[in-house]
Design a protein around this ligand. Sequence first.
Ligand SMILES: [Cu+2]
Length: 275
Amino acid sequence: MMRIFLAIAAFLSMTTAGFGQEGRLGQGEPWGLNMQGAASPLMEEMVDFHNLLLVIITLITLLVLGLLIWVMVRYNERSNPTPSRTSHNTLVEVVWTIVPILILLVIAVPSFKLLINTHEVEDAEMTLKATGYQWYWEYEYPDHGGFSFVANMINEGEEGYDPALRLLKTDNVVVLPARTNIKVQVTAADVGHSWAMPAAGGKVDGWPGHLNELPIYFEKEGTYFGQCSELCGMLHGFMPIMVEVVSKDEFEAWAQQQSAGLDGGDLKVAQSGRR
Ligand SMILES: [Cu+2]
């Protein structure tokens, strides 16, 4: 039994080794087995829950496998020619009712807590509005003068194309402040889309006529990527989400320049994109 635990522990440490690695934060990695590194406490909570479930699932699977092998070896026709006629055993029945209930409770409590946390936008310090179109995102900063812009994917052969960020890099970038509770409002103009930011544990559908919201928080500065996550037509896979997280001061300066319609230097964002 000890060996099995060691094997599980080794597997977990192997698959979770990528967490928090600086270089890859905010995007997937080749042959990555696990989720992206966590950029927010919410995502850390999700990763912990995922790991808890992985342990529970593995132990249950091993138990069932062990029971099956035991029954096949010990109670097959040859080794057990005269089978027992037992049809009831109160103790066994109580155990196999109570134990699954306890396991489900252990899963349900953190699960509901997490579910609530993914939807509750508490003490939002600013709002970002994302509108899905076929096939690009439009962003609006209602708390910073209401400036808006469109973000299109950079195609192969276009200026700024980076093969390492194929299907991820956009011409205009969503700039957001680090260590800030951000409310992201998501809607759509034509069909259903979904705004997703895996490193921060955020994903919510955008539908025409609906205004959904989700909390987003980034612990560290950096570039984070997401993709439209609701099948929305031919170019669904070609409307990525690119977020540049900067310090609060840098963000304020950028937002001021944007709302004044000025060129933001390195973080240049055009007022309108290709439609
Ligand atoms: Cu879409």
